[in-house]
Ligand binder design. Structure first.
Ligand code: SF4
Length: 475
């Protein structure tokens, strides 16, 4: 439940029951040398309580560090004189000890507001926490930062940040974020830049609202920032619950929308012809950026290409995949990985191996082609099952938003071969290790009576099949 953290005095959720708990210590690190281990709890550093993992990283780099560690009932104090730049090797069970900071916005397209009851708890947390932006690439709006936060970002050089911009037109951003404070985004980015903070930008595009001329304006204005590393645009996602709740969301943001002359935001999905126009517009900008900067710089979410039945761009286009965490370029990354695997591995080394790949409808045709190539090279017989998202509605077509129940229902009805079922690891939450509906990998394996294996890439599938074959011959 949301609360106000005594540590930060901010609205938070998912407050850990114990703060500063170490979940892992890297071998050979300073923490290992000091005898720290998983389960220990760091309770203070330089006489002050710790706020989060970033706070620890920053304070632990001073020359004189004293900190207290609790193990069971025993508290030990360490006083160290360090050279600086030490490798501490500590992973915390929860990186933010005061919980996850909540957003103060009412975006009319908010996906969290479109999730029905009964899903895993962490899905309902409307987070907007700059620390997760740096640690895990979560996109933040910067609308909930107070002066102390800004000073901390500047002092500790919390970089890179990932900023949901959506539009640089102040009135339009206020309406799209549903917060009167959102219109100063260019000032916020200027402040980040002045502090030497790098950042990535994201635009969630709503047809007829912030694409077209507004997207031209956003790209033109964003491109002025030297510290901006990349821009990505993804299409708005609406579940069937989202469509039902739409009027409520519009009401929430109405005050902000009044500031938008002559425009009331209506959120709907992209039609193919509109998506094609976005691809063409993006290509014009990408050509400009490649000529001026030597990189594509502005990337479209894979959905835009796939919904227009266009091939996704080649690997060179993606500049090293700066926003792969957000799924940008994931299709090309999958195909590129398959190419490498085919070049590096012996043909026919998985002859006779069987299994299933289950995926969402958007990537279905690409996955079928990828599996065919995989099978031709390795001799395996992988079957692809394209699963409709009946939980959120079949408009939600990405693999990562499939529920355990939809997978089980589909796969039980399909005639799938013996062997494991492989799915995208994007279906599994890093935090809870469950799917959207709180089912675990073990639950689904049990229901399907076969291994259910989350994988990132086709090389992971090949590795798993080989390992199973080795295990079988060793048995
Ligand atoms: S989409 Fe907007 S309203 Fe929803 S959690 Fe993110 S910032 Fe908050």
């Amino acid at each position: 439940m949301p609360s106000v953290s005594p540590l930060s005095n901010r609205r938070v959720d998912l407050v850990p029951s114990e703060t500063g708990v170490i979940s892992a210590v890297a071998p050979g690190s300073l923490a290992a040398e000091l005898g720290l281990r998983a389960g220990d709890r760091i309770i203070s550093i330089n006489e002050k309580p710790l706020m989060d993992a970033l706070d620890f990283q920053f304070k632990a780099q001073s020359q004189d560090v004293s900190f207290e560690v609790q193990r069971g009932h025993l508290i030990t104090r360490h006083d160290l004189h360090l050279e600086g730049d030490e490798y501490w090797g500590i992973t915390f069970a929860d990186p933010t000890f005061d919980g996850v900071r909540l957003c103060e916005n009412a975006c009319p397209f908010c996906f969290i507001k479109q999730i029905p009851k009964g899903m895993r708890k962490s899905l309902y947390v409307m987070d907007d926490d700059f620390r997760y932006s740096m640690l895990y690439g979560a996109f933040v709006t910067l609308t909930n930062l107070d002066e102390a936060d800004w000073e901390r970002i500047e002092r500790e050089k919390i970089s890179p940040m990932h900023v949901s911009v959506h539009a640089t037109n102040p009135d339009l951003r206020v309406a799209l974020v549903g917060n009167p404070n959102a219109g100063k985004v260019l000032n916020d980015l200027t402040r980040l830049q002045a502090a030497g903070i790098d950042f990535h930008a994201q635009l969630v595009l709503v047809p007829g609202v912030n694409d077209g001329e507004e997207m031209d304006r956003s790209l033109r204005e964003l491109a002025q920032f030297e510290r901006l590393l990349s821009i990505a645009a993804v299409p708005v996602g609406l579940t069937r619950y989202g469509l039902e709740r739409q009027s409520k969301q519009v009401r929430l943001s109405r005050t902000c929308m009044r500031t938008l002359p002559g425009k009331q935001i209506s959120v709907r999905r992209y039609e193919t012809v509109e998506a094609l126009a976005v691809v063409e517009q993006a290509e014009r900008w990408q050509a400009i950026f490649r000529a001026e900067r030597g990189e594509t710089f502005f990337h479209l979410g894979d959905e835009f290409y796939l919904m227009c039945d266009l091939p996704v761009p080649g690997a060179d286009h993606y500049d090293g995949y700066p926003q792969i965490e957000d799924g940008i370029g994931i299709t090309r990354h999958l195909l590129e990985n398959l190419d490498h695997m085919v070049q590096r591995t012996k043909a026919g080394d998985l002859a006779g191996a069987t299994g299933t790949i289950a995926c969402g409808t958007l990537i279905g045709p690409t996955m079928r082609q990828a599996a065919e190539r995989f099978n031709q090279h390795t001799g395996a017989q992988l079957q692809v099952e394209v699963v409709e998202n009946s939980f959120f509605g079949n408009e939600i077509n990405v693999s990562g938003l499939l529920t355990g129940l939809d997978l089980i229902t589909h796969l039980k009805e399909a005639r799938i071969p013996d062997g494991p079922v492989y799915v995208s690891s994007r279906m599994i939450s890093d935090r809870t290790h469950t799917l959207m509906d709180d089912m675990t990998v073990a639950d689904i394996s049990r229901e399907l009576d076969r291994p259910f294996v989350p994988c990132g890439l086709m090389s992971d599938v090949a590795r798993d099949l080989r390992q199973r074959r080795r295990n079988t011959s060793a048995a």
